[in-house]
Design a protein around this ligand. Structure first.
Ligand SMILES: CC(C)(COP(=O)(O)OP(=O)(O)OC[C@H]1O[C@@H](n2cnc3c(N)ncnc32)[C@H](O)[C@@H]1OP(=O)(O)O)[C@@H](O)C(=O)NCCC(=O)NCCS
Length: 165
């Protein structure tokens, strides 16, 4: 196995990065983060200090992994997934302890999903793109939030004019 590949245009301050892991352009990884072997961290990700990431994990672009987020082996995190660790955020006011969020082995999270703080996403679960996860997700379940509503045809009156139908 090769040693980790840290792209020169990233700012990786942790030395605890497993073999064969690749960290691409414009990622920032703070010094106490622990990242396992054979992971792929795509460009434009931020990984804070109190973070543990297992082996064979894929993190697509535009993801921030804040303190107290635990990601187990074989997890897939889609582009622009949003994690949180403070349930009632206020500027310059910090909780005594951040809530722990755990993504269990083999779970996948679709693009742009929002994961509220303190939940456990079960082993092998599949979270749909754009879902808002506010409660624990049982192992090996598929979860979506349905929201696409067709309001009406979009003609000149209802859509501000200019539309050709
Ligand atoms: C959740 C997911 C796995 C479901 O796939 P599936 O089981 O094949 O489901 P289907 O495509 O048959 O859709 C079933 C129903 O759920 C709806 N649906 C599917 N995914 C949805 C989602 N993410 N959000 C809201 N509704 C969704 C479909 O519109 C369909 O609705 P209907 O029954 O009213 O027609 C998939 O749609 C998904 O979101 N995958 C993540 C993709 C992604 O983000 N990849 C990132 C890397 S590129």
């Amino acid at each position: 196995m090769k040693k980790a590949m840290i792209h020169p245009l990233s700012d990786v301050q942790s030395t605890q990065i497993g073999k064969n892991t690749r960290i691409w352009q414009f990622c920032v990884v703070l010094p106490n983060a622990i990242i396992g072997e054979n992971c792929n961290i795509c460009s434009h990700c931020f990984i804070e200090n109190d973070v543990r990431i297992g082996n064979n994990v894929t993190i697509k672009s535009g993801v921030q992994i804040w303190d107290k987020i635990i990601i187990e082996d074989d997890v897939f995190i889609g582009p622009n997934v949003s994690f949180c660790n403070d349930k009632y955020p206020r500027s310059k006011v910090y909780p005594q302890e951040f809530l722990t969020t755990t993504i269990k082995k083999g779970a996948s999270i679709g693009a742009n999903a929002t994961i509220l703080p303190g939940v456990v996403i079960g082993e092998g679960a599949m979270i749909g793109a754009g879902a808002v996860v506010s409660k624990d997700v049982p192992p090996y379940t598929k979860m979506i939030c349905k929201s696409q509503i067709i309001l009406s045809d979009c003609n000149e009156q209802s859509c501000g004019g200019g539309g050709q139908i």
